[in-house]
Design a protein around this ligand. Structure first.
Ligand code: SF4
Ligand code: SF4
Length: 247
């Protein structure tokens, strides 16, 4: 079998998505037999982009000019470019304050002296390059990353998840936090695949996996409103992981 040649890169992010891959400790010895992690600065040095890749897995959003240069190079060299994690897919927490003045944000974090920054408002990968697939999550589930690698080894991308967290929640036979306990939970609007990790522990879904396709925002907002949460509160919560949610 031809070894899969990968580039794995991190842009503006916490590195948690790459760490999820490194946490596949039981599977890594087998993976290394069939996958050449050629460019993976977080795990191997020296890391230099060279030649072409079967796929580039990119974590994080873009907020600095040098990240743009790296992303364009990865795109040019890779047959497939895959956004790994909610920051790469939607902007994530790094883009949380995109609606506010950058100057004021810099002053709040660095004081009122002269500040020089070439950074810009964090943007997801799809704002700059074609993205062939998304593995969302903050961070993605380890099993999803392994499924992705297994698919790439067969020359295919895994089928995307298209159901909400509520489906996972029902599969686990949880009582609904929102409808039965009037607690705010964003599961109906959020991409499933995490096994309803938070509601299963009695904590409302915070929407960390980003929007589920065909989310019925108005219906969900109506239900939240009936439970005592005003629409803007819910939208603001959703925007913590995906600023693209519109009110
Ligand atoms: S608790 Fe949350 S995720 Fe579970 S069914 Fe209710 S709204 Fe959906
Ligand atoms: S339940 Fe919601 S917040 Fe919790 S891990 Fe799943 S998608 Fe993220």
């Amino acid at each position: 079998m031809k070894r899969l040649r990968l580039a794995i890169a991190g842009l503006t992010a916490c590195s948690g998505c790459q760490l999820s891959l490194l946490n596949c400790e039981a599977e890594l010895p087998q993976l290394i037999e069939v996958v050449d992690f050629h460019y993976f600065p977080m795990a191997c040095s020296p890391a230099v982009l060279e030649g072409e890749y079967d796929a580039a897995l990119v974590e994080g959003c873009l907020s600095m000019p040098h990240e743009n240069v790296l992303l364009l190079s990865l795109r040019k060299r890779s047959r497939l470019l895959i956004a790994i994690g909610t920051c790469a897919a939607w902007g994530g927490v790094a883009a949380l304050r995109n609606g506010e003045s950058r100057k004021e944000l810099l002053q709040a974090t660095h004081g009122s002296g002269r500040i020089s920054s070439s950074g810009y408002s964090p943007q997801p990968l799809h704002a700059f390059v074609k993205v062939d697939a998304v593995i969302s999550g903050c961070p993605p589930e380890k099993e999803e990353l392994l499924r992705l690698l297994a698919g790439l080894l067969r020359g295919a991308l895994p089928n995307p998840i298209s159901y909400p967290v509520c489906t996972d929640c029902r599969m686990r036979e949880n009582l609904c936090l929102l409808t039965e306990q009037s607690r705010l939970c964003l599961g109906a609007l959020t991409l499933g695949g995490c096994g309803a990790r938070c509601p299963s522990m009695g904590v409302g879904c915070e929407g960390c996996r980003g929007p589920v396709p065909e989310a019925n925002l108005n219906e969900a907002l109506d239900i939240c409103q009936q439970k005592g949460y005003d629409r803007q509160t819910v939208i603001d919560r959703l925007r913590r992981f995906c600023p693209e949610w519109k009110s």
